[in-house]
Design a protein around this ligand. Structure first.
Ligand SMILES: [Zn+2]
Length: 335
């Protein structure tokens, strides 16, 4: 039986109340940080609407014919639209098929549910085609749009969906869930911060060794500050980690450094190795410099994920040279 993640109960309660009152809208836009479980929530909602014997608060019974068909992945009243290949666009033909499907009667006399994920992958023609369905929705049908980047959706689409937002979670509920998944991991709060508050992403990052990568980067930033390091060699080393992983980790590093600077958490009792590195790095910089580093890393990250073939070595070297120039400024000020 499908179970919700514990940090999703507020949104679930809100939708259950709408279902009970018969006021579920025709289109929902689920949005939130990566790894917050949007697809899973959408699957739970679809299961609840299609289930033949749903309980008052449970997701779906898990045993009726409808639930068994869902589990097998071939329920006739659920349609899931995804890109043909990961990272590709959702094209207009897929949305036209979806429109044909959603206007047919439900085979089991309940809802017809369609999921589009990630909704921001729709190209312009696909989005225009969907707009007509959103303007004239069929009866007992629900469209669930899922997106980690809702800002990339046309305003006309967003304004016709009820928005359900899943904020990033850093609290005890998320940490306890994560601890139950990661067993003896000692730095749950750190890995959750690295995942920008997406617990499922945190599991992925932990398994991919991102904690070690972050510690390596912090050690390298520290060393290049105190001794001076050859940017070419360091960039070559970072290339082995992977440019996106490096910039993603650095985004977390500078975001946390700016928070430490603002909160002046010098006497923080949490003495994880990451906190110790961050506290030492923060000391020699002012807030403007930390934010400038964050902005540069963000810009480089988007350049690295963009459509143009980039010089990875050059992009990494640029950042390292900039980082070292901040130390130079600091030393000049001291003299
Ligand atoms: Zn059921």
């Amino acid at each position: 039986m499908l179970e919700l993640y514990p940090w999703q109960l507020t949104q679930w309660t809100q939708l259950l109340a709408a279902i009970d009152k018969g006021k579920l809208p025709h289109a929902l836009l689920l949005s939130g940080t990566e790894g917050i479980g949007l697809e899973h929530f959408a699957a739970c909602l679809a299961a609840r609407l299609l289930c033949g014997a749903p309980g008052k608060t449970t997701v779906a019974c898990g045993e009726c014919r409808s639930c068994i068909l869902l589990k097998a992945g071939n329920h006739p009243d659920l349609n899931r639209v995804i890109p043909e290949e990961e990272g590709q666009q959702i094209k207009v033909a897929a949305i036209r098929n979806l429109k044909d499907y959603i206007h047919l009667s439900s085979q089991y006399g309940r809802y017809k549910v369609a999921m589009i994920s990630p909704a921001n992958s729709m190209n312009r023609s696909a989005a225009n085609s969907l707009l007509k369905t959103l303007e004239e929705p069929p009866g007992e049908a629900l469209l669930i749009l899922v997106s980690h980047q809702p800002a990339l959706l046309p305003v006309t689409i967003r304004s016709r969906c009820q928005s359900i937002i899943f904020p990033a979670v850093f609290d005890q509920v998320a940490q306890e869930w994560l601890q139950s998944r990661l067993g003896d991991c000692q730095e749950i709060a750190e890995i959750l911060a690295l995942a920008h508050g997406g617990p499922l992403k945190a599991v992925q990052l932990f398994e991919a060794g991102s904690m070690e990568h972050q510690i390596t980067l912090l050690a390298d930033l520290t060393e290049s500050r105190s001794k001076g390091t050859d940017p070419v060699s360091l960039a070559l080393k970072w290339q082995k980690i992977g440019i996106l992983e490096v910039f993603s980790c650095l985004l977390t590093v500078f975001s946390r450094m700016s928070r430490l600077k603002l909160e002046n958490l010098d006497d923080n009792s949490d003495k994880s190795s990451i906190i110790r590195y961050l506290q030492a790095l923060v000391k020699g910089l002012d807030l403007v410099q930390i934010i400038a580093c964050y902005d540069l890393v963000k810009e480089n990250y988007f350049t690295a994920t963009g459509p143009i073939n980039i010089n990875k070595q050059g992009l990494l070297e640029d950042f390292i040279v900039y980082w070292q120039s901040l130390i130079q400024i600091r030393e000049d000020k001291i003299q």
